[in-house]
Design a protein around this ligand. Sequence first.
Ligand SMILES: NC(=O)c1ccc[n+]([C@@H]2O[C@H](COP(=O)([O-])OP(=O)(O)OC[C@H]3O[C@@H](n4cnc5c(N)ncnc54)[C@H](OP(=O)(O)O)[C@@H]3O)[C@@H](O)[C@H]2O)c1
Length: 257
Amino acid sequence: MSFKGKVVLVTGASSGIGADVAHHFATKLGAKVAIVGRNENRLNNAAEEIKKCGGSTPLVITADVTKDAARIIDETIDEFGRLDVLINNAGYGDTTPILDADIEIFDRLMDTNVRSVINLTKLATPYLEKTNGNVINVSSMAGIIPYKEHFYSISKAALNQFTKVMANELGPRGIRINAINPGFIKTGAFDAAGWTEEQKQKLFDKIGKKNPLGRIGEVTDTTKLMAFLASDEAAFITGCLYVVDGGGMAANNFNQD
Ligand SMILES: NC(=O)c1ccc[n+]([C@@H]2O[C@H](COP(=O)([O-])OP(=O)(O)OC[C@H]3O[C@@H](n4cnc5c(N)ncnc54)[C@H](OP(=O)(O)O)[C@@H]3O)[C@@H](O)[C@H]2O)c1
């Protein structure tokens, strides 16, 4: 599998799932990558890691997907002149029960996890059409199962449905769009949500033991799936949701208590 000469744009690439998939495309598959996040330091570190491992210099775009969608696409096209793969990965969770939550929490989550994805996909479409490109949305198992991350679950269900609806509009333009639905994956998301090391370890152990495959997910698990979906090997696949969860869904292993 090679992406030599191709351009991959990854949002939320300053850590976790996004950082790993950008690193893989750049260092193992020969792609040019544009990486997006709000934290400039972390983005620059991710770019340095890519260069250190032999990837070509990434385009670093310090930006907020809820505000800067047009600039993200424009800077990518200005730098590389084309776009082959858009990975809509930026997102976050919130565990406030709906009855306790201000509606603004819902607005902010939907803005990042859904609205920005729709906006970026629309803006990227003219360029993806020229390359027969594709879109991958990083959703969650919470988009299929009603997680007790209440608004989060709603946002990822909307993202899944967007993926399927949009496949109908993009297909005739030669563009594929799919979503991955990860179970628990070890990333900075838990730090960002304020979890202590002890809380994280307890959760990872518990979920890992209950997963049929006996462990929690690693970012390499999501990366390998995305590399396949972005490639010509998946040329007849669009509008699909791919669960990557070590069997967690099959074992009803999703809510944390
Ligand atoms: N880890 C899991 O168990 C898991 C499971 C299912 C789905 N997911 C999904 O996977 C995706 C990546 O999460 P992760 O686990 O890798 O968490 P993470 O390590 O916290 O990464 C989240 C990324 O999103 C970026 N981001 C968030 N809001 C943004 C915004 N408004 N504009 C630009 N970038 C933004 C963050 O960058 P900055 O802070 O630099 O902006 C960061 O790079 C998310 O969509 C998440 O819902 C994760």
